[in-house]
Design a protein around this ligand. Sequence first.
Ligand code: ZN
Length: 73
Amino acid sequence: MGEKTPKRKRKPVNAWKFFEKKGDSAERVRKSCPKCGKGVFMAQHKGRITCGKCKYTEFESKKKEEPKQEEKK
Ligand SMILES: [Zn+2]
């Protein structure tokens, strides 16, 4: 008998969902407003984040990855 039996293990289909958005950036972006408290997330903009509720703006501090090209002296 040349019977082919495919070895199919029961894989949890939902497993991939847990790894869908595990990027460190996705979670880091979600910063809650210090004024409104937790639950109110800041909106991400270029170089800054703002709160849509109280308009609180916080500039991103890039001390580590700051290219020294803006030296005007
Ligand atoms: Zn706020």
